[in-house]
Design a binder for this molecule. Structure first.
Ligand SMILES: Cc1cc2nc3c(=O)[nH]c(=O)nc-3n(C[C@H](O)[C@H](O)[C@H](O)COP(=O)(O)OP(=O)(O)OC[C@H]3O[C@@H](n4cnc5c(N)ncnc54)[C@H](O)[C@@H]3O)c2cc1C
Length: 351
């Protein structure tokens, strides 16, 4: 008899499994490769929405918690997961420079936006109006984290690399069972895979496909992430991630020509140095109609829980949301109403 079954080992499943391990709970996690959101993510955790110069949802509260969590996990796994990542926003006009100054003077944003513009001193970037600098952002190597964590769980016999078949789940009065496993609780953390989950697919998950190009540019020599309509994120060894796109069509994991063309067009408008495309990846962000996570117990099935809906901010949100769910299940602590799936109880099928 285990304490938990977890389904999905993306950012959500990893944060929850780690919560369980830290609290000496027994568990097994099922994971397949049907969703790719966490492993293709840009990896940036950036507290400011750089389109509008506003704070991301709860960023002030969540950034330090997230950083502490990934630093701790990196130490445990003995891998280099986390990097401080300066971010430069390419400013496009005098008006935008003024908006930057205004924003950097606001109380909430002061700690995150430098009031001094950074001069564009290279010939490789088209930025005649210079850059605004974002402070305190970081980059997580999410793919490395998930792969290392899966290996770590494998050594402890806590992971099954297979698809969890929903039809095999049975409920007893105070337990759930699946194949040879009996557990007190099950937590689903399948990202966009939620759309196939018969317990939770009544929830308004929309999904947004995102694609990145990986380019090599020997002439760029930039250690800071650059942001205009897309990000250029340095990976080291002259490699950069370029993206991402947002699309509500074809929510699959296949790289598309239309996204490649869109990214190349946007990149050519900023990058003046030569480059070569080395890779192209795609995944589906688990986005929700009201842009808030989906967390909590099923209204009718008390042992069946959900940790999902992290949209474009999984890195920042996952550790906090996992903590919220864990304390809700174990200590009956109420969830933050903004992420509680009860806000959609009117959508629950009647039968
Ligand atoms: C292109 C792109 C760029 C992004 N960039 C950033 C960024 O820079 N910063 C940021 O914070 N966020 C970013 N995001 C968003 C972030 O990746 C997501 O918020 C996050 O990955 C969601 O994590 P998750 O664990 O909920 O889902 P997922 O990563 O999708 O993980 C779910 C896991 O469950 C598995 N699974 C599903 N169904 C089953 C089943 N039945 N049985 C077994 N296993 C199953 C899947 O295969 C997968 O491994 C980006 C997303 C994309 C697509």
């Amino acid at each position: 008899m285990l304490d938990y079954i977890v389904v999905g080992l993306g950012l959500a499943g990893t944060a929850f499994c780690e919560k369980l391990r830290k609290n000496n709970k027994t568990f097994v996690v099922f994971n397949d490769a049907s969703q790719r959101s966490s492993v293709v993510a840009g990896g940036l955790s950036n507290p400011v929405i750089l389109k509008r110069f506003t704070m991301a949802w709860k960023a002030n509260e969540l950034m330090s918690l997230a950083k502490e969590f990934y630093e701790g996990l990196g130490k445990e796994l003995q891998v280099d997961l986390l990097h401080d990542q300066p971010v430069l926003r390419i400013l496009s006009s005098i008006e935008e420079q003024n908006l930057w100054f205004e924003a950097s003077d606001k109380n909430l944003l002061k700690d995150y936006l430098s009031p001094k513009l950074v001069r564009n001193s290279t010939n490789s970037i088209n930025a005649p109006y210079d850059f605004g600098e974002v402070l305190k952002a970081f980059r997580l190597d999410a793919r490395l984290m998930i792969n290392s964590y899966a290996e770590f769980l494998s050594a402890e016999n806590k992971i099954r690399t297979e698809t969890f078949e929903y039809s095999g789940l049975a409920e007893q009065s105070d337990t759930v069972s699946y194949k040879d496993i009996k557990a007190k609780h099950i937590v689903f953390a399948e990202g966009y895979g939620l759309t196939k989950n018969p317990f939770f697919n009544y929830l308004p998950m929309q999904g947004s496909k995102g694609e990145y190009l990986i380019i090599r540019s020997a002439g760029l020599k930039e250690f800071r992430a650059l942001k205009s309509s897309i990000f250029i994120i340095p990976l080291g060894d002259d490699l950069y991630k370029v993206g991402a796109t947002y699309s509500n069509k074809n929510k699959d994991n296949e790289p598309s020509m239309s996204a490649r063309d869109e990214l190349v067009k946007k990149l050519d408008a900023i990058l003046l140095a030569d480059y070569h495309i080395e890779g192209h990846v795609a995944g589906v962000r688990p986005t929700v109609r009201d842009r808030r996570p989906l967390v909590g117990g099923h209204p009718k099935h008390t042992r069946i829980n959900l940790l999902n809906g992290f949209g474009s901010h999984g890195i920042m949100v996952a550790p906090w949301a996992a903590e919220q769910l864990y304390r809700h299940i174990e200590e009956r602590k109420p969830l933050d109403p903004e992420l509680d799936i009860n806000r959609f109880s009117a959508m629950l099928p009647k039968v």
